[in-house]
Design a protein. Structure first.
Lengths: 377, 643
């Protein structure tokens, strides 16, 4: 056990190892994640059964098994050991992002994937985890005067590198999400919030610069978001049809398999970016609210782990995962509800797709890791 | 060691503890924003979005109803339906390339391309996902071409549907009318019509649209986002209520018209450029034939009219689209003289045996009017027989214009006949007051009116109804063209009875006097008709008219190279009935700019009547009857004799 860093509370001496382990494992976290996965599967089944996409359900099940294995691994390896090599990990992520620039597989005009033989992987997803670990490393022992502004800027610049690489893939959604994660963790873990405030202001100034460098399809999506009715069959289509789908669910929804918007393809590719729309159509305001509350509970629970973590590193990891989850949920749901442009941000554990699913399982594994070790030394 | 535990008793991350309240505020704020939006979309606006998603999926399609037939009295179809290939396009899915491909493949004419573009535009405005009719009634080869290439022509489909057709071609075209496609404005105004539908535009097709049309059915079905139809089981789960409402076929119209007689009448006027004929049952007012020439082919008008043809028809100075029997008004000339004679007789201002002298000229208020001949001394019957104008001018001077107008109105002139078709015109009967309103009344107006000239204008139909009344002893009927309305299964829905407009107040002895004069016209030497042709199958009574027209020269019309069209000539009239004593039918023949009534209109009437009594309504084998041995044995009528 020493090798894994898994040390059990003294009070449990005499109880079998398995029972001690079971008692220390964060069951509420696991159950919450499984509940969300269950909802995701139900939703995917409803939306794809009887269509040519029905194989997606089985595939998603497979990804889940992989994800759970990842969760176990991320739980067992001591997070302190992981954080020790955080900069190396971030370096690998940056390297893979560079590889993607060169060899990547294009999807709809942007390079986001690397085919490593078995499955294509998305280095930007890996980068999210590595950024969380690097943030933990950065804030591990931040005494009030630990970093000079210069040192801080250097570190933030290193964190900015993957964001920039992802932005030029171009995957604006993920880049923005990473930026939000970094800012959020900074606000919650920095001794002083002032540098973060400066950074926030600076990020806002970057927006017009960013606009100039954007591809036309990206600009069009944002313009379509501002006025979806201007081009109802083109870029505004998704947003409009998604709003119709959500609204048409009314209070109690159309019931399982009853969503005409998703069943008859009015909402193309709803399984990746718009599963919440499917859910809202079929289960109405009641179901939509329940799912949001479950996510809310998950976030509160992760923060609870952060508050009771045994060290700063663990706490920051939890804050990072919470920030990642929070922004994924908020941005995705805003997208579905027509409050944000369609930027390709997934809904944790519900969106179809291996990369996102496995990433979130790994992230939750890290939280379980911190939770498991909070009573140890 | 790199990692230092900071668990010295305090929280691991004191900053998080410090800022927890702000974090909670921010997180809860964001979630409330999402929940608020959900509330807005699902609870506040849910119903309208629900409707939107239903209309995304559930589409409606009209099921065409089969239009009712129009049949003649004996059941001959005048308007029917036949199967045809119609090409439809869905504006939303039709690309410019497909359109070009279709045009190339079928070799569409410019006319057809314009039509196609217009209809797509209309369809797009209404519902771009709903197919619109772009090319109707296409030939088998075109349909086959499109059918074969369907895979390359997304958005195009061929439907096999009933199409209106007129088996008799131009026969009774004005009466039957024709149909054309709805305009975009009409589609908006009229409920229950589809953009692709034809609607009655003229004649009975227009006037009886509501009966002929039937009721369209409706089919509701479900589609996915690409507009592909979903299977019935899925559709049933999405659509509440009836999915198919069957169409109700339109009702058939059975006319009073006799198609054979109509054909005969049309044949009889084949040698004149413009004419109208009305034949009516004298004792019922049921119309047997109503002819207007020049005509048009309703088959062409119904969806096949090219721009060139349309221009030609519209520029024809004879105005083919005006129903010359019902809508157009003309000066009646001498056929109108009965009004003057009856008015004077009723007032005691004229007598059958009063002789007056015609010197060929007549001076009135400083102007000299000319008679058609110098008739010398003649009585009233002679004046009718020879159509002497001067005799009637003298009568007009005695009774005045208003008395003429009064009797004319009694016989239905100046009022619409209420045929309810093609805008039947009232015509014009001037009165003293009508002149005074626009200037000064002169006695010359009365003398003009007395001989059916000046400002008197009547329709051919009015004249036929008036002569029927003269013949039947004074019953003026409302003309009737529809005998009954039948449902598609043949049972009668409505049967129409003859309708009396009014019983004329003219005393019977006055009527008798007029009729004795008419007898001379067609049966005695010197009669304006008798001198030109003799009809001796049955006793006949008639009156000719040669109505001078107001000389207005239209250079373009005069120069038009139309055979036999002389727009400066008088109109030629004949009005009468057979048999003389117990009238069965009344007939009016009008030849526009035909010239002399006796020479032109009367022989046409004679030809029609001969056809009628040999083919349509053959006379019983002559039992040594008087009809066989010619005019000599026919005695003057004694219609009012029993009294």
């Amino acid at each position: 056990m020493k090798g894994t860093g898994l040390e059990l509370p003294r009070a449990t001496i005499g109880v079998s190892r398995w029972r001690r382990f079971r008692a220390a494992v964060d069951w509420p976290l696991i159950l919450t994640v499984l509940a969300i996965c269950g909802i995701g599967l139900l939703n995917l089944y409803s939306a794809t059964r009887g269509t040519k996409h029905h194989a997606k359900f089985d595939k998603q099940l497979g990804y889940m098994v992989v994800g759970m294995v990842g969760f176990a691994i991320a739980t067992i390896i001591d997070y302190r050991a992981l954080v020790r090599v955080a900069w190396v990990g971030l370096g690998i992520a940056i390297f893979l992002l560079l590889v993607v620039r060169v060899l990547g597989v294009g999807v709809k005009g942007s390079n986001r994937w690397i085919d490593i033989g078995i499955v294509p992987i998305q280095p930007s997803e890996l980068a999210k985890l590595m950024v969380i670990l690097a943030l933990a490393r950065m804030f591990q022992d931040a005494e009030p005067s630990h970093y000079t502004p210069r040192q801080l800027l250097i570190r933030l610049a290193v964190l900015g590198l993957p964001i920039g690489l992802i932005a030029i893939q171009p995957d604006l959604g993920t880049a923005m999400l990473l930026a939000l994660m970094v800012l959020t963790v900074g606000y919650l873990a920095m001794p002083s919030v002032r540098p973060m405030a400066y950074l926030t202001v600076a990020a806002n100034f970057a927006i017009p610069v960013l606009w100039e460098t954007m591809h036309d399809y990206q600009k069009n999506r944002i313009l379509a978001f501002i006025d979806p009715s201007a081009d109802p069959t083109g870029n505004g289509w998704h947003t409009r049809q998604s709003i119709f789908a959500v609204g048409s669910g009314k209070i109690w929804g159309k019931g399982f398999g009853g969503g005409t918007q998703n069943q008859f393809d009015f909402l193309p590719e709803h399984w990746t970016d718009f599963p919440y729309s499917v859910w809202a159509e079929e289960w109405g305001f009641a179901g939509s609210l329940v799912l949001l509350l479950i996510f809310g509970f998950l976030l509160v629970w992760i923060l609870n782990v952060a508050l009771s973590a045994r060290d700063r590193v663990g706490a920051v990891i939890c804050v990072g995962v919470a920030a990642m989850t929070f922004w994924h949920v908020v941005v995705n749901v805003m997208m579905v509800l027509g409050l944000a442009p369609v930027v390709g941000v997934t809904l944790p554990f519900i969106s179809y797709g291996g990369s996102s699913l496995v990433t979130f399982f790994l992230a939750m594994g890290l939280v379980a890791n911190v939770s498991l070790r909070k009573h140890g030394y | 060691m790199l990692i230092r535990d900071s668990s010295g008793g305090g929280p691991a991350l004191p900053e998080l503890h410090k800022r927890l309240r702000w974090l909670a505020l921010f997180g809860i704020g964001m979630f409330l924003l999402l929940i608020g939006r959900l509330w807005q979309l699902q609870v506040m606006r849910g119903d309208s979005y629900y409707q939107r998603t239903v209309s995304n999926v559930v589409k409606e399609r009209y099921l065409p109803s089969v239009r009712g037939k129009i049949l003649d009295h004996k059941g001959q179809p005048l308007a029917d339906n036949r199967p045809a290939f119609n090409i439809y396009a869905t504006p939303k899915t039709l690309t410019d390339e497909t359109r070009a491909e279709l045009a190339r493949m079928l070799g569409l004419s410019d006319d057809e391309l314009v039509k196609l573009a217009e209809r797509l535009e209309v369809g797009k405005k209404r519902d771009a996902k709903n197919p619109v009719l772009i090319l109707e009634d296409q030939g088998r080869d075109r349909a086959a071409l499109v059918e074969q290439a369907r895979a390359h022509l997304p958005g195009i489909e061929v439907r096999h549907e009933p199409y209106r057709y007129y088996p008799q071609g131009e026969l009774a075209a004005h009466l039957i009318g024709y149909m054309t496609q709805m305009t975009s404005d009409e589609v908006v105004e009229k409920q229950g019509y589809d953009t692709s539908e034809l609607v009655g535009r003229y004649g009975l097709e227009a006037a009886w649209e509501n009966y002929l049309r039937g009721k369209k059915g409706e089919e509701r079905f479900a589609v996915d986002a690409r507009g592909v139809r979903l299977d019935d089981k899925t559709a049933a789960s999405l659509i509440s209520g009836e999915r198919v409402i069957e169409a109700v076929p339109g009702a058939n119209l059975v006319l009073t018209i006799d198609a054979d007689l109509q054909r005969l009448a049309e044949k009889a006027i084949s040698h004149v450029p413009a004419a109208a004929v009305v034949i009516v049952e004298a004792k019922t007012g049921r119309l047997l034939a109503v002819v207007s020439k020049p005509s048009f082919d309703p088959n062409v008008m119904t969806g096949h009219l090219t721009r060139a043809e349309e221009t030609l028809l519209l520029s024809d100075p004879r105005k083919p689209f005006i129903d010359k029997a019902v809508r157009a008004t003309y000066p009646p000339g001498s056929v109108f003289k009965f009004v003057t004679a009856l008015a004077a007789l009723e007032d005691g201002q004229a007598a059958e045996d009063e002789s007056l002298t015609c010197t060929g000229e007549y001076e009135l208020a400083g102007t000299t009017f000319k008679c058609n001949a110098t008739h010398g001394k003649l009585d009233l019957l002679g004046a009718i027989q020879h159509s002497c104008n001067i005799y009637f001018w003298k009568l007009a001077e005695r009774i005045g214009l208003d008395r003429i107008a009064q009797v004319a109105t009694e016989y239905g002139f100046g009022l619409p006949t209420h045929l309810g078709l093609n805008g039947d015109a009232a015509g014009r009967i001037p009165t003293k007051k009508s002149y005074e309103e626009h200037g000064r009344y002169k006695i010359g107006y009365a003398t003009n009116a007395a001989t059916g000239q000046g400002d008197v204008e009547v329709t051919v139909l009015q004249m036929a109804m008036a002569y029927a009344a003269l013949g039947n002893g004074g019953s003026l009927f409302v003309p009737q063209v529809v005998d009954r309305v039948e449902a598609s299964d043949g049972h009668t829905i409505i049967a129409y009875q003859p309708k009396l407009a009014r019983q004329i107040r003219t005393p019977l002895d006055a009527l008798d006097t007029w009729r004795r004069g008419m007898w001379k016209v067609t049966n005695e030497p010197g009669g304006t008709a008798y001198d030109h042709a003799k009809f001796d199958l049955v006793p006949i009574m008639g009156k000719t008219g040669t109505a001078e027209i107001k000389t207005h020269h239209n250079k373009a019309e005069d120069e038009r190279d139309l055979d036999g069209w002389h727009p400066t000539r008088s109109h030629s009239w004949f009005a009468g009935w057979t048999p003389a004593e117990d009238p069965e039918i009344a007939i009016v023949v009008f030849v526009e700019h035909g010239g002399s009534g006796g020479r032109i209109a009367w022989p046409i009437a004679k030809q029609i009547l001969e056809g009628y009594y040999t083919k349509i309504h053959p006379l019983p084998a002559p039992p040594a009857g008087p009809a066989g041995d010619g005019a000599g044995s026919a005695a003057p009528p004694k219609a009012g004799a029993p009294r």
